[in-house]
Write a protein that binds this ligand. Structure first.
Ligand code: ADP
Ligand code: MG
Length: 245
C-alpha cells in the first residue's frame, strides 16, 4: 500500500483573475521507504502538489490518500491532526519560531500531540545530537547559520516520527556545502519507516533519490529512476523554464 497516493488531482486557484490551473491531473504514488524527488521549472506546480500530499490544502478534484485515509474528504481539524502526527514538513526558509529556543522549537510538535515533557525532552535531545545541533539547544534560531537552522527544522519535522516527510526546496537558501549536508541528512531519513517527497532544483538529488518526478505545467511529465542508470536531462531540472516562450 502506498504511503501517499494522488489520483487525477487538479488544483484550480480561484479568486483574482486570471484563474490558475496549477495542477491538471496528477497521478502519483509514493511507496513505503521511498525517496521521491520532484523537479521542474518554477511555477509548474511543485509546491502546490506538495501541499496536496501533506493535506495543507485540498484539491479541486481528484483523490489524495495518505496512510489509507482520503484526506480530500477529511475536515480541516482531522487534516490538522493527521498532519501533526504523521507528516513532517521542511521548508526553504526553515520557518522556525524566532521567539523560542532551538530546543523548544523541536519539542513543540510533540507536546502538541500530548507527549509528556520528559518524553519530549528525551526525543528532542536524541534528534539534536543526531543532527549535530545539540550545542545550540538553548540558542535562538537567529543565532544559527542557515544550514544549522535547516537541521533544526528537520529535527522538528521528525520529532513525532512521521511516516511521510515532505520538503519544499530545503536547500534552496543554503550555500553549496550546507546544502550537501542537509541533503545527506534527509537521504538518511528515507528508509523502512519513512517515505520522503522532496521538491528541489539541486541536481545532486538525482544521485540519491529513488525516483524523480519531472513536472511541467501542472502535470507529471516523466518519472525517472536515476538509481537504475536512467540519464536525467539537466535542462528539465532547471529552475527556469528552458526553451519556452
Ligand atoms: N495561493 C495561490 N493563489 C493563486 N495562485 C497560486 C497560488 N499558489 C500558487 N499559485 C500559482 O500556481 C502555479 C503553480 O505554483 P507553485 O505550485 O507554487 O509552483 P512551483 O512550486 O513549481 O514554483 C503558479 O502559476 C503560481 O503562480
Ligand atoms: Mg515552489
Amino acid at each position: 500500500m502506498p504511503v501517499v497516493e494522488c489520483v487525477g488531482v487538479t488544483k484550480h486557484y480561484e479568486g483574482m483573475p486570471p484563474e490558475v490551473l496549477a495542477l491538471r491531473g496528477v497521478d502519483l504514488a509514493v511507496e513505503p521507504g521511498e525517496m521521491l524527488a520532484v523537479m521542474g521549472p518554477s511555477g509548474c506546480g511543485k509546491s502546490t502538489l506538495l501541499h496536496m500530499l501533506g493535506g495543507l490544502d485540498t484539491p479541486t478534484s481528484g483523490e489524495v490518500t495518505v496512510l489509507d485515509r482520503r484526506i480530500d474528504q477529511l475536515s480541516e481539524t482531522q487534516r490538522a491532526r493527521l498532519r501533526r502526527g504523521e507528516i513532517g514538513f521542511v521548508f526553504q526558509f526553515f520557518n522556525l519560531v524566532a521567539d523560542l529556543s532551538v530546543a523548544d522549537n523541536v519539542e513543540l510538535p510533540m507536546l502538541l500531540m500530548g507527549a509528556s515533557s520528559a518524553e519530549a525532552r528525551t526525543r528532542r535531545d536524541e534528534l539534536l545530537t543526531a543532527l549535530a545541533v545539540d550545542e545550540h539547544a538553548k540558542s535562538s534560531p537567529r543565532e544559527l547559520s542557515g544550514g544549522q537552522q535547516q537541521r533544526v527544522a528537520i529535527a522538528r519535522a521528525l520529532v513525532n516520527r512521521p511516516a511521510l516527510l515532505l520538503a519544499d526546496e530545503p536547500t534552496g537558501n543554503l550555500d553549496s556545502a550546507a546544502a550537501g549536508e542537509v541533503l545527506a541528512v534527509l537521504r538518511e531519513q528515507a528508509g523502512e519507516e519513512r517515505s520522503m517527497v522532496m521538491v528541489t532544483h539541486d541536481p545532486r538529488v538525482a544521485n540519491v533519490a529513488d525516483r524523480v518526478a519531472v513536472m511541467e505545467d501542472g502535470v507529471v511529465a516523466d518519472v525517472l529512476r536515476p538509481g537504475e542508470g536512467e540519464v536525467i536531462d539537466l535542462r528539465l531540472l532547471s529552475p527556469i523554464q528552458v526553451g519556452s516562450s
